[in-house]
Write a protein that binds this ligand. Structure first.
Ligand SMILES: N[C@@H](CCC[C@H](N)C(=O)O)C(=O)O
Length: 276
């Protein structure tokens, strides 16, 4: 079966996006791993699949799969690409879109300049929300990694994040320590590992070793989690410009119980067809 897809990116975090409203198709884990390969496939960090909503109050449902084939709850850069995709493909004319994800409902607003503002929901810090094995909810937990004790903040943005404060993201051992945090036994469903450098209360730099992918050029939920953790620790103040290797996101958070808002770009790279 021939299936149309669109290749998109949000600050270099790249996606293959498939509309399964007007077409039929089925992707198994092995198909996703094959297609995500940068030499033998199309190449992407995540696959986004757009489907009809199950809840009649929602406009769409979209599902997110990491390059390793695992289905995940939320994806910030993917959410912005999803919003541009449904408008570009004329699946809606609405500029305020409500979508179901495995991590909960999201509301997205597409501005005239094409940037997308997403209500990402409230961050959750309770260890059980990730899950993370710890007795109490603390702003910082000690985590033994490779014989060293690291201080991490744990945040669920629907998906799990560990946030580690570093002096410089340029020097941070993201590719060495990232996989050890991702697969740490205290995170039974694995975790995304963010390395946060605070530049000033309203400016941060961030690199993220993503669960199921490796280091990406940007991670939207990672930026939301890092800002929420940084504000909770008194290191940052809303709004915060978060600069990732692929570019900058603007993150706003009103504090405990309030949603995080993320604003940034989403771009189409090319379209194509694959045989499924
Ligand atoms: N790139 C994403 C996050 C994608 C999911 C993540 N790898 C996970 O496993 O939770 C983003 O922009 O948020």
């Amino acid at each position: 079966m021939l299936v149309h897809f669109t290749k998109m990116h949000g600050l270099g975090n790249d996606f293959m996006v498939i509309d399964l409203i007007s077409q039929r198709g089925r992707l198994r884990d092995a198909d996703i791993r094959r297609l995500s390969h940068r030499n033998f496939g199309i190449g992407f960090d995540q696959l986004l699949v757009v489907e009809p909503p199950r809840d009649p109050d929602m406009d769409f449902r979209y599902r997110i799969y990491n390059a390793d084939g695992s289905e995940v709850e939320n994806c910030g850069n993917g959410a912005r690409c999803f919003a541009r995709f449904v408008l570009n493909q004329r699946l809606t004319t609405k500029r305020e879109i409500r979508v179901e994800t495995a991590g909960g409902p999201l509301t997205l607003v597409v501005a005239d300049d094409g940037r997308v503002r997403v209500d990402m929901g409230a961050p959750r810090f309770a260890p059980a929300a990730l899950p993370f094995e710890a007795e109490t909810d603390l702003p910082v937990h000690a985590l033994e990694v490779g014989g060293e004790s690291l201080e991490i903040g744990v945040v669920s943005m629907g998906n799990p994040h560990a946030v580690l404060l570093v002096d410089s993201v340029d020097e941070a051992p993201v590719r060495e320590v990232g996989p050890l945090i991702e697969a740490h036994p205290r995170f039974p469903r694995r975790v995304n590992a963010g390395f946060l450098e605070v530049v000033s209360p309203h400016e941060a730099r961030l690199r993220v070793f993503e669960r199921g992918v490796g280091e990406t050029l940007a991670c939207g939920t990672g930026a939301c989690a890092a800002v929420a953790s940084g504000i909770r620790r008194g290191l940052l103040a809303s709004p915060v410009d978060v600069t990732l290797p692929g570019g900058t996101l603007s993150i706003e958070w009103g504090g405990e119980g309030h949603p995080v808002f993320m604003t940034g770009p989403a771009e189409t790279v090319f379209e194509g067809r694959i045989i499924l």
